[in-house]
Ligand binder design. Structure first.
Ligand code: NAD
Ligand code: UGA
Length: 451
């Protein structure tokens, strides 16, 4: 069993620390956030992530997992040190690497001399970061220290982090020295996942290219949905029909209000930035981001059209988190939508199962409600922003009766348009039939189908 230090205990670091402790390793997690460390020392999970708090508590109690703010405790005895700090979007669109640099210097200062420590980059970092971290570590450490730096990008999704960690699709390891990559591979030996060993820059690029590709699928289907709206096709069935082709596959083809979260927006932008700095011409990445911005704007335009005007209208938001099963609000579409609605003079009522606290601090004039029914009461429109399971089984007749105007804008195509319209709602989704119909009449389509 290995001794492992994990630097940065957010969604990825805490999941990593818990995973390796659960496999029987001795793990020490480090964070600069004292309150977070105190919580975790008591076995409490600082983030909402299904299944994580049980594993955290179990491994803290089993004394395989501890937390500290002191780098020396985590690093000096470690065989492996994982860097899992945040790499947010910087002011120019590139990744802000200040936390990575701080972590690398902090590690370098307390590395044990005369033995090998493998530093593993798990944060998503620009191409070339492995070289930079190696240089910082060497700069700080004693001359006799032996250091290897391995890139090991993480592919987990928030909301299913535990599942994704336990069932990875692949393990990617990038290293200048194959022996170091193989040592890290040993940590994952109980997983059946394919292992890909590359050089460091290639591993770093695999992470960015994977996120950009998934984001591109979402923007692609959102563009198709927009065309479906106008021409009168149903994007849900279009996606199903496309996804049945094995070369395309069914995943990440759900049209909606665009991708949010702490990763797709910043990672596509960081790849775009790197490409531009290197005098490449990343046209597709530009389009992916443009379409994503448009998806939110067209959502507001649709709402405006449905209601006639937004000024003075009461709008209920169902869901605030950037996706279900998380409390994460980073780049959540809800925030942009609330900002836009308030700017246009609308009154906003909101409900989310777990993400209301973070939003309350940003928007003091929004009314936060105990459940979706309370949010809908007196509203001119309900907007579905996050496709939480909880919203699937609601009594929509009760919702309609409590509303001022029964108008429904479904940003995630969670409901069946025909069923919801049959209940008496004016309904609009994203690329699905709307009630009343909004697509071009057949007479106008004739110019596409005429000889
Ligand atoms: P996060 O913001 O949730 O957590 C980062 C943690 O690092 C915070 O607790 C912060 O206090 C701590 N930290 C910052 N500087 C530190 C330092 N110098 N020393 C010790 N601790 C420090 O971030 P996250 O969502 O876990 O993402 C971490 C990295 O993993 C990012 O590069 C991200 O792109 C990548 N990633 C994230 C996900 C995800 O689903 N969230 C998935 C794959 C990859
Ligand atoms: C994403 C990737 O899926 C992970 O593989 C990656 O590790 C992670 O980013 C990262 O690098 O941080 P995550 O952001 O947690 O994970 O969530 P996703 O499930 O990918 O959803 C991202 C956004 O896309 C959400 O806003 C979601 O609503 C939206 N989405 C997703 C769609 O609009 N349509 C889809 O079909 C799928």
């Amino acid at each position: 069993m290995a001794r492992i230090g994990v630097i940065g205990c957010g969604y990825v670091g805490l999941s990593t620390a818990v995973l390796f402790a659960n496999l029987g390793n001795q793990v020490v997690g480090v964070d600069v956030d004292h309150a977070k460390v105190a919580q975790m020392q008591n076995g409490l999970c600082p983030v909402f992530e299904p299944g994580l708090s049980e594993l955290l508590e179990r491994n803290v109690n089993a004394k395989r997992l501890q937390f500290t703010t002191d780098y020396a405790v985590a690093v000096s005895d470690a065989d492996f040190v994982f860097i899992c700090v945040n790499t947010p979007m910087g002011p120019n669109g590139g990744a802000d690497m200040r936390y990575v640099r701080q972590a690398a210097r902090g590690i370098g200062r307390v590395l044990a001399p005369d033995r090998l420590t493998v530093v593993v980059n798990k944060s998503t970092m620009p191409i070339g970061s492995g070289d930079m971290i190696h240089a910082l570590l060497t700069d700080e450490a004693a001359d006799s220290t032996r250091i290897a730096v391995v890139s090991n990008p993480e592919f987990l999704r928030e909301g299913s982090a535990v599942h994704d960690m336990l069932h990875p699709d692949r393990i990617v390891l990038g290293a200048a020295d194959r022996a170091a990559a193989e040592a890290v591979a040993e940590l994952y030996k109980s997983f059946a996942a394919p292992l890909l060993i590359t050089d460091r820059r290639t591993a770093e690029m695999i992470k960015y290219a994977s996120n950009a590709f998934l984001a591109a699928r979402i923007s692609f289907i959102n563009e198709v949905a927009h065309i479906c709206d106008v021409l009168g096709a149903d994007v849900r069935q279009v996606a199903e029909g496309m996804g049945l082709d094995k070369r395309i596959g069914p995943h990440f083809l759900n049209a909606g209000i665009g991708f949010g979260g702490s990763c797709f927006p910043k990672d596509v932008m960081a790849l775009e930035f790197m490409a531009e700095e290197a005098n490449c011409h990343p046209q597709l990445l530009h389009a992916v981001l443009d379409i994503n911005r448009d998806s939110r704007r067209s959502f507001i335009r649709k709402l405006n059209k449905m209601l006639g005007a937004l000024e003075g209208a009461t709008i209920a938001l169902w869901g605030l988190a950037f996706k279900p099963d998380t409390d994460d609000l980073r780049e959540a579409p809800s925030l942009e939508i609330i900002r836009d609605l308030l700017m246009r003079g609308a009154i906003v009522r909101a409900y989310d199962p777990v993400a209301m606290e973070g939003t309350r601090a940003l928007f003091p004039t929004v009314t936060f409600c105990a459940d979706p029914y309370e949010a809908a009461t007196g509203a001119d429109a309900v907007t579905l922003i996050t496709d939480w399971n909880e919203f699937k089984g609601l009594d929509l007749e009760r919702v309609r009766e409590s509303m001022h105007r029964p108008t429904f804008l479904d940003g995630r195509n969670l409901y069946d348009p025909h069923e919801i319209a049959a209940l008496g709602f004016t309904y609009c989704g994203v690329g699905v039939p709307s009630y009343p119909a909004a697509s071009l009449p057949t007479s106008q389509l004739s110019r596409f189908v005429a000889d």
